[in-house]
Design a protein. Structure first.
Length: 114
């Protein structure tokens, strides 16, 4: 499952992570990600620190500056190149199965170092 913006959304500055409140209704163990595209066309898929193994609300963060973040495509040198734009605000990874239950998301926040 993916939550995709209706129109292209630029990301200002150089954020180091994405955070959001996620409400989960079923303990599925599915992975949580977001996706951004960098200035060279690489797609990066940061991963949350936990999988969907709880019920209720929880704050999740996905680091953008992790050098081990899954990525693909693009031209030029690998590594995150700013500016960024959103591809997907949320990706629920349910390998081999459709996600069961309901997930709510609010408070999507870009996190910047001082």
């Amino acid at each position: 499952m993916r939550v995709v913006p209706k129109q292209a959304l630029s990301i200002e500055g150089r954020p180091t992570a994405v955070g959001m409140w996620i409400h989960n209704t079923t303990n599925t163990g599915d992975g949580i990600h977001c996706r951004v595209v960098d200035a060279q066309g690489w797609t990066f898929q940061p991963t949350a620190t936990e999988k969907l193994t709880w019920e209720g609300w929880r704050w999740m963060t996905m680091p953008l500056d992790d050098p081990h973040t899954e990525h693909w495509g693009g031209a030029g040198a690998e590594g995150l190149h700013y500016p960024l734009r959103w591809d997907s605000l949320l990706v629920i990874d349910s390998p081999g199965l459709a996600h069961q239950g309901t997930v709510y998301v609010t408070g999507v926040t870009l996190i910047y170092e001082e």
